[in-house]
Design a protein around this ligand. Structure first.
Ligand code: SAM
Length: 234
């Protein structure tokens, strides 16, 4: 059964995160007051988001799921002003941090949502409207009983197949080897919708456009090899 289905209200959905509120710094508090109205997207579940109105332009749109503190997302958006960028994250301090980065870098092509990205993909994004989706270092949920919380599942792939335009890209990266193997299996198994850019069963080299993220730097210190997976929507 679809874990996020709305027609099973008696069942709590299995989510890919546990909300830790965390304390906001004074700067992040200000960011929510002053910058959210400029760069944040308020969304009512069930409503389709009018992306060209939100961005004020109809440029190709890149979505990042779970951007953490958003530094690598802000860097990518700054380096690629010809596309619009949308970050979705549930963790408030991370959202506050990214709002401050948007202000610091004076970005006009990056917007932020604070929501479960799976729900947004399912209900808020028009079919075929994404140029690319990126998922960097998703929570690995290493314990077997938690594997059902891993965000990269056949349910997510179905939502990506619906929302990424033909020829668009899905890019994932992880430093958790068993999760990387699962990602390969799920993505290669979705060959009706996605084809690997480097060949079945293979990881891709890290594209130069992807900056090292905070989690990746930590993983590297711990000696975890990083795997990138790059697939094209058929
Ligand atoms: C391990 S962190 C990685 C953060 C960042 N991508 C990086 O590499 O530094 C995973 C992030 O995904 C977020 N997350 C998990 N599930 C999510 C969901 N369904 N929607 C939005 N964000 C989610 C978590 O709050 C967390 O910040």
């Amino acid at each position: 059964m679809d874990a996020h289905s709305t027609d099973t209200p008696h069942r709590r959905p299995v989510r890919s995160f546990v909300l830790r509120e965390g304390r906001l710094t004074a700067a992040q508090e200000r960011a929510f007051r002053e910058l959210w109205p400029l760069h944040g997207i308020d969304w009512t579940p069930g409503e389709q988001i009018d992306l060209s109105t939100v961005f004020g332009s109809a440029r190709p749109l890149v979505l990042e799921i779970g951007f953490g503190n958003g530094e690598s997302l802000a860097e990518m958006a700054a380096a690629d002003p010809d596309r619009n960028w949308l970050g979705i994250e549930v963790h408030r301090p991370g959202v506050g941090h990214l709002l401050l980065e948007i202000e610091r870098r004076e970005l006009t092509n990056l917007k932020v949502m604070r929501h479960d990205a799976v729900e947004v993909l399912a209900q808020g994004i028009a079919p075929g409207s994404l140029d690319a989706v990126q998922l960097f270092f998703p929570d690995p949920w290493p314990k077997r009983r938690h594997h059902k919380r891993r965000i990269l599942s056949s349910q997510l792939i179905a939502l990506l197949a619906k929302t990424i335009r033909p020829g668009g890209i899905f890019h994932a990266a992880t430093d958790w080897e068993p999760y990387a193997e699962q990602m390969l299996e799920v993505l290669d198994g979705a060959s009706d919708h996605f084809e690997s850019t480097v060949g079945v069963g293979r990881y891709a080299p890290r594209p130069a456009t992807r900056p090292l993220t905070k989690f990746e730097q930590r993983g590297e210190r711990l000696g975890h090899p990083v795997h990138d997976l790059l697939y094209r929507r058929r």
